[in-house]
Design a protein around this ligand. Structure first.
Ligand code: ZN
Length: 769
């Protein structure tokens, strides 16, 4: 799946730190040792890293992409299986111990799809005449050689939409997120009994039918507005990179923020004999039928809407006046799927470690697509393959990693992170014992490096990209990301921080690709890496995401593919061979402090907003400013949020910062004494491996026990976007004050265990000398 645009996910918040910046890519001579390495092992490691960075070839990536995206390869298709077999053969050829692990998962494919506009005389549908029938199809484009593979293409649809056949008036709900419904209520318009039409954007797509159903809608259409995804952005395909009139964004609408993976087997692997829920009982399938449509189809439907003209921010870029509705005519929406189980194929390829085989460094990218999927996911997968070839070349020289390296190509990511989730659930016990880090990529493009992930790896990934060269500017990837962060900063504080903080901040992981189960279910420190920001995109999840599009409009010479391969290969080998695992805690503690500050601000802001609104209601502001000819509904007074005791979090954040400093000090001393070779260093590694696990709570988050991580989770009403310290933050957002205060205690307790672990690791490091 992967977000449409990644655009600089390095986050930014005010912080005053130390300055120590490299300019350009440093030479390897006379440098301080790599973090986690002794002076001697660091010299060997730098030599290996240079070798592996020299291997990835843009020409190979181009030919892999041509092969892997030659035909549609969605879950259950013939080419999906052929790709899995081809990938497994490649990994074997490179010298990996390779196998395919298979599961049987629910994957609905459409049997009937219909959207019509009906002119009706009475209430009965028999009295209706069809005014317009939506096309629901993406046309073949003569320039684009794979757009004509119709017999193998999945039709345009949203997987895990409930079956349904409804006829109702249409209501426009903007992006279809909760605040849009508050606005709609003020306009005096309700979606109760209606079909909601929402535009893509500002939330993960599955949130739109969920919120529509919660407000009483009986159906949901999701369309791509040219303002966000179409001609307003640039020339449309095939002349340009952007979404054409009939282009449609497919995608899953399963409620993944409850649990991702196979909708019938939450928490366990979808093996043949697994106990399965009935389809009708799975809580993640939508409550109402949903279909995605193009702006070509949406135009006629939106043109029929009556009712109030929508606020300025709600207006898209179609040549019509945007009304909220309801529509004059009725819309007929019909959706029916084949609800069969399909086999999926995860390719798992290992290089056993020499020395520490029980510590695993895991790297993955998915291989399934909605259609041909050259960008999503093949652009990331071809980089991964070239990294694997690089490790193969090192193996030929007699090199073995210290730790075990596992390369994975996941199936069934698109319908809901299914391949990776089932594999993680299958191997959860082993993973909890052995996994050190999971590194993910998905789509890749031209531009700036972006990273999201565990903040205990923030320093590590900053260090890695200081050693990678940007193919366009020849600056280091790190330097370019820093300068971009200054250029695109939201304000003076962010600019200041980008200039002065030693490490660029990385964003938190929510959802949207295969790191989910690793990080949020088992508690494995994870990173998601990629380049983006310079190439336009308008083919996401359409038949036009193919080799022709990618080689005309994205990373056409695959130099950013090479940069991604160099980045990930460096990260993998540096983790695999480290003397002391390169986790670092001062960045983590600093990040936690900003999260706690955000929670307090959120509460304060809620209090102030409510107080102000209540005041305005009392003094008659709404009555006085209503236009009597265009009536709106006044908001109701609300109780102001109570004060909440954040002290347990305030205290633990200080404890964490102290523990992190103690660890840093002990590390620096051990490093200066070059003491990492001692056998007792292994006790420290075992503790460090546990550091992310310690951030999980076996009971899981309130109402969604599959999600165990107390710091990172996808938002229940945002989907992709991370909610940090989610149990507290979401309780505040939903105004569950008592629960928020309880969850402050739960999160603080989890963080206390983390602080204790860091202190223990620091003590063990000090004991080395
Ligand atoms: Zn993807």
């Amino acid at each position: 799946m992967h977000k449409v645009r990644r655009m600089l996910v390095w986050a930014g918040v005010a912080w005053v730190g130390f300055a120590g910046l490299f300019f350009g890519v440093p030479a390897t001579a006379d440098e301080s040792p790599l973090y986690g390495y002794s002076a001697e092992s660091s010299r060997t490691e730098r030599g290996l890293e240079e070798k592996i960075r020299a291997i990835p070839s843009p020409d190979n990536m181009r030919s892999y992409m041509q092969r892997l995206s030659a035909r549609p390869h969605h879950v259950g298709s013939q080419y999906d299986k052929e790709n899995a077999d081809w990938l497994a053969a490649k990994f074997k050829e490179f010298g990996f111990e390779t196998q395919i692990e298979s599961y049987d998962v629910l994957f609905p494919t459409p049997k009937e799809r219909q959207v019509e506009l009906l002119e009706c005389k009475g209430e009965a549908t028999a009295d209706c005449k069809v005014k317009f029938t939506a096309r629901l199809e993406e046309p073949v484009l003569p320039n684009d050689p794979t757009s004509n593979q119709k017999s193998e293409q999945l039709p345009t649809y949203n997987a895990f939409s409930k079956d349904g056949d409804v006829t109702a008036p249409l209501v426009y709900v903007n992006y279809g997120i909760p605040e849009d419904y508050e606005r709609l209520e003020r306009m005096g318009v309700s979606v109760k009994g209606a079909i909601a039409i929402a535009r893509y954007g500002h939330s993960w797509r599955g949130i739109k039918p969920k919120v529509a159903a919660e407000h009483g809608a009986v159906g949901c259409l999701i369309y791509s507005d040219p303002a966000d995804d179409g001609y307003r952005q640039g020339e449309t395909f095939p002349e340009g990179a952007y979404r054409p009139k009939e282009g449609v964004q497919r995608g899953s609408v399963a409620d993944d923020p409850i649990f991702p993976g196979d909708p019938l087997t939450p928490g366990v692997a979808a093996k043949k004999d697994a106990k399965r829920l009935e389809v009708k009982d799975s809580p993640v399938i939508t409550k109402i039928p949903v279909l995605p449509i193009s702006y070509g189809d949406a135009q006629t439907l939106l043109g029929d809407l009556a009712g109030p003209v929508v606020p300025n921010e709600w207006r898209g870029n179609l040549p019509l006046t945007y009304h909220a509705g309801p529509s004059k005519a009725k819309v007929h929406l019909k959706m029916k799927s084949d609800w069969g189980l399909k086999p999926i194929y995860d390719v798992i390829a290992k290089i056993p470690g020499r020395g520490l085989p029980d510590q695993w460094i895991i790297r993955g990218n998915h291989h399934d697509a909605w259609v041909n999927g050259a960008e999503d996911p093949i652009s990331g997968l071809v980089a991964e393959l070239e990294e694997a070839r690089g490790f193969g070349e090192l193996l030929k020289t007699g090199w073995r990693p210290k730790r075990t390296i596992i390369y994975c190509a996941w199936d069934a990511e698109e319908p809901g992170l299914i391949g990776s989730t089932e594999w993680v659930e299958d191997h959860a016990d082993e993973l909890a014992k052995h996994a050190v880090v999971y590194i993910n990529s998905d789509s890749n493009g031209r531009g700036y490096f972006g990273a999201e992930g565990s903040h205990t790896l923030e320093k590590f990934i900053n260090d890695v990209v200081r050693d990678i060269q940007d193919p366009e500017t020849k600056l280091s990837v790190w330097k370019r990301a820093q300068l971009a962060q200054i250029a695109f900063a939201g304000g003076a504080d962010e600019r200041q921080e980008a200039r002065n903080r030693g490490d660029l901040r990385i964003g938190a992981l929510g959802s949207g690709s295969d790191y989910g189960a690793f990080l949020q279910h088992v508690g494995i420190a994870s990173l998601n890496l990629g380049f983006d920001g310079e190439d336009g995109g308008g083919i996401y999840h359409s038949i036009y995401d193919d080799f022709y599009w990618y080689t005309h409009f994205s990373d056409t010479d695959f130099v950013y593919g090479r940069a991604l391969a160099q980045t990930s290969a460096t990260a993998v080998i540096r983790l695999a061979d480290a003397d002391v695992l390169p986790f670092e805690f001062t960045d983590f503690a600093d990040t936690l402090q900003t999260y706690v500050k955000e929670l307090k601000n959120l509460l304060q802001q809620k209090q102030e907003e409510t107080r102000e609104r209540n005041h305005e209601i009392e003094e008659g502001v709404f009555q006085a400013t209503f236009d009597p000819r265009r009536p709106t509904v006044a908001p109701k007074t609300q109780e102001v949020a109570p004060f909440i005791n954040f002290a347990p979090l305030d205290n633990v954040v200080i404890e964490l910062a102290r523990a992190a400093e103690a660890y840093k000090k002990a590390y620096d001393q051990a490093s200066a004494g070059d003491e990492f070779a001692k056998a007792s260093a292994q006790d420290i590694n075992r503790l460090l491996m546990e550091s992310e696990r310690k951030l999980t709570n076996p009971d899981g988050l309130p109402g969604r026990p599959w999600f165990k991580h107390e710091i990172y989770a996808p938002g229940q009403y945002t989907g992709y976007e991370a909610k940090t310290i989610p149990a507290v933050r979401e309780a505040l957002e939903l105004q569950h004050w008592k629960e928020a205060e309880e969850q402050v205690g739960v999160a603080a307790k989890t963080l206390q265990q983390e602080a204790a672990l860091i202190n223990e690791a620091a003590a063990k490091l000090s004991a080395l000398h």
